[in-house]
Design a protein around this ligand. Structure first.
Ligand SMILES: [Zn+2]
Length: 308
């Protein structure tokens, strides 16, 4: 299938095709003795993921676990559907996200407030998962991949308070979720992802420092794909955060409203991103997944919380 890429070490990248777009949301299958899916994508992605797994030989009873880095709908919106397609799989999530997977009503209500009518086309509806199938992770945890291989989890808040990074002992891959920002393989651009309501600068920087200290061999971005230049990329992640926060802080100090702050930050950062010079899809992808309005709103929300 054209949406599957073999990455070595029995790891397969699956384009989960959020809202039909290519190249913006990645899930990963670790095809070990106990196969594990990292990130389901959205609810509307679930059939795409099921078919991709089937073509890799993973049938309904073969998937041992499903792990999500956090419960935002572009990562975990498909959990309920995937849990139904693969009834033997355990569902693994940080403890701060677990109850929302069992009862998504509050999560969906707040997502509908943010996205309005776009919710249905972009994400679809997260359906509930039986609580007894959910395994909740603490600050650290481990998923058994079989044959001595493990996926260890590391609590990494900042982007979201229910975020974990995951290290595969078999490959040294680190699944970074959104904690290191959004990477665009077409251009090599990296932009922060700082949405409301959880973004917190110190916490986010601490999570990036933790990722560095884990010494991974490769980063696997949910948006989008593998990156080998681990330390440089994580340094860039921290630098991007500081730049966006500094500019938003200036806008805040000058009393700008959200629209003016967004326009100012967008303008002052645009030369950093080759994608914004290109017409078409790449720039669009940035705006969907780490849009300036969402990033600036998240930083302002944090500034108002720490400095009311
Ligand atoms: Zn995301």
């Amino acid at each position: 299938m054209d949406n599957i890429t073999a990455l070595g070490g029995d790891v397969y990248e699956i384009d989960t095709k959020m809202a039909g777009y290519s190249g913006i949301t990645a899930g990963y299958l670790i095809l070990s003795d106990r196969p594990c899916l990292v990130e389901t994508g959205t609810s509307t992605s679930a059939p795409v993921v099921r078919d991709a797994l089937a073509s890799l030989g993973v049938g309904p009873d073969d998937l041992a676990s499903v792990v999500v880095t956090h419960i935002h709908l572009d990562h975990a919106g498909g959990v309920g559907d995937i849990a139904k397609f693969f009834p033997s799989a355990q569902i693994v999530v940080h403890e701060k996200g677990a109850r929302h997977l069992a009862d998504p009503s509050r999560l969906m209500a707040s997502a509908r407030m943010v996205w309005g009518d776009k919710l249905d086309t972009l994400f679809g509806e997260l359906s509930p998962t039986e609580a007894e199938r959910i395994v909740a992770l603490g600050d650290t945890g481990a998923v058994d991949l079989g044959n001595g291989r493990t996926l260890s989890s590391h609590y990494s808040p900042g982007h979201a308070k229910h975020h974990v990074g995951l290290v595969d002992s078999g490959t040294g891959d680190l699944y970074v979720g959104d904690a290191a920002g959004v990477y665009l393989p077409e251009t090599g651009d990296l932009r922060p992802a700082t949405p409301p309501p959880d973004f917190d600068l110190e916490t986010a920087l601490n999570s990036i420092a933790l990722f560095k200290a884990l010494g991974p061999q490769r980063l696997l971005f949910s948006h989008y794909g593998p990156v080998d230049a681990v330390q440089d990329t994580l340094e860039r992640s921290a630098e991007e955060l500081r730049i966006w926060v500094d500019l938003t802080r200036q806008a805040h100090a000058e009393g700008m409203d959200l629209d003016h702050a967004v326009a100012m930050v967008r303008d002052r950062t645009k030369e950093r991103y080759a994608a914004l010079e290109m017409e078409g899809e790449a720039a669009e992808h940035f705006e969907l997944l780490s849009g300036a309005p969402s990033n600036v709103a998240g930083i302002l929300h944090w500034l108002n919380r720490v400095n009311p």
